[in-house]
Design a protein around this ligand. Structure first.
Ligand code: DI6
Ligand code: FE
Length: 398
């Protein structure tokens, strides 16, 4: 197949968007065979059937590199209570917060977890997403953590989507281990991590490094185990306070440090040195009405790649739109529309350690999104309008 009469946002040159006017993309067996200006198309590719796209925009398919999309229940009542003036503690005492999602998740079997996740997955796919990262972390016991990961893996068999899973056993201390976080790590988190790995359920290991969750020392123990198992790490770091998660992530060569509102210039330097991607999550920033912005300018200056994701979760980011995240990243964080597009494509791929998707380049997977727009800035500019024309998903074998 040869897509022609298109504008290409390849994300593959130094110019913003890697823009190519009057472009063409040749696809063969799920891979990009050639991409460039159509007048430069080598003769050998002319035999591929030409599909005239009438000037539409082609981008890499989107990648949502940070989600908690598999979970039980929702927290609309908590949202309402907080608007009525209840404090976080009052909400927690009324059975709300992360523990309420944990209970709802423990009460769901695999089928129920999948059934509730699929509409959220479908919402992402409808916006041109090809790849979704899904974390465990609402089970906080062996059986439920494993079920969340199995449900995540099964979604790949039910939809044309690529799923990458991360183990987030170190998300929160469950009530039965209240005040005994170290025991939770030893008795539940690490053994479950080993079981999940043995069942081939994992692509990466994550943690929540925060005053209300786990300390850098506790996360380090989880990361050491990940290292023994040969799994890459990533971290929820510096979301609500600065306690050293980003520096820890960089020390372990993490794929990404996520949230990072409270990260500083030193953190940016360390991330640049370790090649750690900053995953920015404007949906959580917005929902929590956070005012501290991630250090975008320091990331730019030190050359830290910035990805964007939904953080889709029932508590702090009930969001299923990457287009909205692009708009919010521009409006709230003052990222450029070109940075926003890179954030949901090539840099999101880096945050997952994927090197064969996220750019329009020869040899990469033909994961593409075709948009009924003239210019890529339109993707970030509109709010609530989805101009996806077609999503192309490559299920070529690795
Ligand atoms: N950061 C967050 O904002 C969420 N988890 C995390 O690691 C909160 C999850 C929740 O409230 O359910
Ligand atoms: Fe998260």
């Amino acid at each position: 197949m040869r897509l022609a009469n298109t504008t290409l946002a390849t994300l593959d040159t130094d110019s913003p968007y890697g823009l190519i006017e009057q472009g063409a993309v040749v696809i063969d067996k799920g891979r990009i065979e050639w991409a460039g200006p159509e007048i430069e198309l080598p003769e050998e590719y002319a035999r591929h059937e030409r599909q005239d796209l009438g000037g539409k925009l082609v981008t890499p398919a989107f990648i949502d590199c940070h989600t908690h999309i598999v979970h039980g229940g929702h927290r609309a009542r908590e949202f309402e209570m907080r608007l009525e003036g209840a404090s976080y503690e009052e909400v927690a005492r009324a059975g709300g917060g992360i523990v309420s999602t944990m209970s709802a998740t423990r009460a769901s079997d695999i089928d129920a977890l999948i059934e509730s996740a699929l509409p959220r997955v479908d919402a992402l796919l409808a916006e041109g997403v090809s790849t979704i990262e899904i974390k465990s972390g609402y089970g906080l016991d062996e059986a439920t953590e494993l079920n969340m990961l199995r449900a995540a893996r099964l979604i790949e068999t039910l939809r044309t989507v690529r799923i990458r899973t991360s183990f987030l056993g170190a998300h929160s201390v469950p009530p039965e281990y209240k005040g005994r976080a170290d025991d939770y790590i030893d008795e539940v988190c690490l053994p479950t991590l080993r079981l999940a790995h043995a069942e081939s359920l994992l692509d990466a290991v994550d943690g929540f490094c925060e005053g209300i969750a786990f300390s850098p020392e506790q996360i380090a123990r989880v990361f050491d185990e990940a290292g023994r198992l040969g799994l890459p790490v990533k971290l929820h770091a510096e979301q609500l306070s600065h306690i050293g998660g980003t520096a820890l992530a960089a020390r372990y060569g993490a794929l990404s440090a996520d949230h990072v509102e409270y990260a500083n210039e030193d953190d940016a330097r360390l991330m640049a040195e370790s090649g750690t991607t900053a995953v920015l999550l404007p949906g959580a920033f917005y929902t929590l009405r956070e005012t501290r912005k991630p250090p975008i300018e320091a990331f730019r200056q030190h050359g830290v790649a910035m990805a964007l994701a939904t953080d889709c979760n029932p508590g702090t980011s009930p969001v299923t739109s990457l287009l909205l995240m692009m708009n919010m990243a521009c409006t709230l964080f003052r990222m450029t529309p070109a940075e926003a597009l890179a954030g949901v494509t090539c840099h999101a791929a880096s945050a997952l350690g994927l090197s064969d998707t996220g750019r329009i380049r020869q040899g990469m997977r033909a994961d593409l999104a075709i948009w009924d727009v003239e210019h890529p800035a339109e993707l970030s500019y509109r709010v609530g309008t989805n101009k996806l024309y077609q999503r192309l998903f490559s299920d070529a074998e690795d």
